[in-house]
Write a protein that binds this ligand. Structure first.
Ligand code: GLU
Length: 613
């Protein structure tokens, strides 16, 4: 179920002169804000910040400020990442929260090592490949999204716990405090939040707990007013006291299980809400996975990413390895875009065929990351012709010596375009890139009554049936299996030291957003903030490549169409964030200038201006 991203601005200024118009848009004048209205507290938004003492970049200023508060008090990047994520659970509750999962990548300044945590949700232990089938037929996708059936065992609390036990210097209790405060005192509703609520209104109203939280008085929250979540404040308080056992072995977990097994639907609602078979045993059995990151070298840099169950690391790496066959810095814009599109197409053809949860599938990670395999695919890219999708995959275990593809093509199944990414660096030079999600904007739409958070619908990232009939699909459901993700938290090193890190939301477009931003920065010489802001194209082994308006409306589109490219418009593709270590030792945080109303880059001690490339 595609919910288009709003392009409206967060923290919309409320102007008295425009009060009538704003009221018509559902925007309250300041005087009409609810008691407890606290807009003065909302930190300024800025897409770029430079200085010392540590940096945080996220989509939301309250969340970035939570991370900065931790850094300022001497916490490290992992501590700050957890505090920022917990705050996002309050202010971005439709994208992130303890009802979801994610992937955490960390660079250690002392050892120079990059490590990861796979905190992906898992299917119930009772799940089989027929999880989403009824009478042998797949259930309608929207029905699966808004159901207990689509809810995976949450991995986010366990991710925070693993990260803090392994690398943290502060207690979870201390790090949850800024988020608790935000949940208790409230945050200012902005146009994006209202818009996202409006897109979900029709299903939210079928769940009394969700209505109570996000549709106060049965209506859309008004821009400029304060939204409080006392239930979440109490849930965080419980986690502060009991640790994440409250979720995996305690009362919050019992409430999650009850909610999934019997989704509390409003009396009289016509919606069929299928239950899920999540049990307390599933929660007890949940464990994060510490696994080696993916690594590839690209133009003298080492690019680290997330290994399966995310397809992010291998797919970004394969595309980079394909593109390394030519010098992108010298190309005209048209040829550069053409090559980027073709490399993405090929990398997605291979992703779709080969990547799934490695606990269940033999995923040829080494082959997918190898330059030899990429070279056997790069020869498909021709500057004077356009490849046809769906393109057939190659075989990473036996790279062809000639330029051929074999087997049936595997198109990219639908994934939501939501999620949130945060990037942090501390004064010691440790770096965290962390992407977290509840899948769809608004997840399953089901709030755990009395607990203040939405449950994910991550299991809808599984293929319901094999994408290519007759060909093994590595992404079918299984007992305790993790659905394939596209999340691509990425850290880039040069001679063992971090140079930048980034990530993005946006379902399968995450991969192309990270890839394109990286290329813009490394090959096209754009400052990180411009590399992120530049209009995006996303090709995922589909007939049409998606273009944001900046490219759709540019003469480049016509030039590429003349070559044979097919395009369709996508209003907005993924709000990325990143950090960069500048050659003079300062750190830079970069966020969106416009997408999702602009992101929030912050630094502990601002110093000077960003360098001009
Ligand atoms: N479910 C997606 C993934 O894991 C993330 C959610 C989204 O961005 O839509 O790749």
């Amino acid at each position: 179920m595609a919910l288009p991203r709003p392009t409206t601005h967060r923290r919309l200024p409320v102007l008295t002169a425009a009060a009538t118009l704003l009221a018509a848009l559902g925007v309250a004048p300041a005087a009409a804000a609810t008691p407890g209205h606290a807009p003065d507290r909302t930190p300024e938004k800025t897409p770029v910040a430079v200085g010392y003492g540590g940096v945080v970049s996220s989509v939301d200023p309250d969340a970035s400020a939570a991370g900065i508060e931790v850094l300022r008090k001497g916490g490290n990047a992992v501590d700050a990442a957890v505090a920022t994520a917990a705050a996002l659970g309050v202010t971005e509750p439709y994208s992130a929260g303890i009802g979801g999962g994610g992937f955490f990548v960390r660079y250690d300044a002392k050892t120079g090592k990059v490590s990861t945590i796979d905190g992906r949700e898992r299917a119930p232990l009772s799940a089989g490949p027929d999880l989403f089938l009824e009478n042998g037929k797949p259930i309608p996708f929207p029905d699966a999204v808004t159901s207990g059936l689509g809810v995976g065992t949450p991995g986010t609390p366990a991710t925070w716990d693993t990260a803090l036990r392994t690398w943290g210097s502060r207690s979870l209790a201390e790090l949850l405090r800024p988020a608790q405060r935000l949940a208790r005192d409230g945050f200012t509703v902005d146009a994006t939040f209202r818009q996202q609520t409006a897109e979900n209104q029709e299903r939210f109203k079928d769940f009394p707990a969700t209505t109570k939280l996000f549709l106060p008085g049965g209506r859309l929250p008004v821009v400029g007013t304060t939204l409080k979540n006392p239930d979440l404040a109490r849930t965080y308080e419980l986690l502060a006291r009991q640790g994440v056992d409250a979720v995996y072995q305690g009362e919050v977990g019992r409430d999650i299980v009850r909610t999934v097994r019997k989704p509390p639907v409003a009396p009289g609602a016509h919606r069929v809400v299928r239950p899920g078979d999540l049990t307390e045993k599933d929660l007890r059995a949940y464990a994060t996975k510490r696994q080696e990151p993916t690594r590839t070298s690209y133009r003298g840099l080492d690019v680290y990413g997330m290994a399966p169950s995310s397809s992010g690391g291998t797919t970004v790496a394969e595309a980079l390895n394909i593109l390394e066959n030519g010098d992108l810095s010298r190309l005209d814009e048209k040829t550069y875009l053409h090559r980027y599109i073709e490399a993405s197409r090929i990398a997605f053809a291979d992703r779709n065929r080969w990547v799934g949860d490695p606990a269940f599938e033999k995923v040829p990670v080494k082959g997918l990351l190898s330059q030899r395999f990429a070279d056997s695919r790069a020869c498909l890219v021709k500057d004077d012709a356009v490849l046809t999708s769906p393109l057939a995959p190659g075989d990473p275990s036996r790279p062809a010596s000639s330029c051929t593809t074999r087997g049936a093509a595997a198109p990219t199944p639908y994934e939501g375009e939501n999620t949130t990414h945060l990037t942090v660096a501390d004064k010691w030079g440790n770096v965290v890139a962390y992407t977290l999600t509840i899948e769809q904007t608004g997840g399953s739409g089901i709030t755990v009554p009395g607990r203040g958070f939405l449950l994910n619908n991550e299991l809808t990232d599984f293929s319901f049936t094999p994408v290519t009939p007759g060909v093994h699909d590595p992404n079918l459901p299984g007992p305790g299996k993790r659905p394939r993700s596209s999340m691509s938290p990425t850290i880039v090193l040069e001679h063992g030291k971090p140079v930048f890190a980034l990530g993005a939301p946006g379902g399968a477009t995450i991969i192309t957003t990270v890839l394109q931003s990286l290329l813009n920065h490394v090959d096209r010489g754009m400052p990180l903030v411009d590399a992120i802001a530049a209009p995006r194209a996303s090709q995922r082994n589909a007939a049409a490549t998606e273009l944001e308006p900046g490219l759709w409306n540019s003469p480049l589109r016509r030039q590429l169409e003349a070559k044979g490219h097919v395009f369709k418009q996508n209003a907005e593709i993924g709000a990325a964030t990143g950090v960069q270590r500048l050659p003079d030792g300062r750190w830079l945080a970069a966020a969106e200038t416009a997408r999702r109303g602009g992101g929030s880059a912050m630094v502990v001690r601002p110093a000077g201006k960003p360098p001009v490339h």
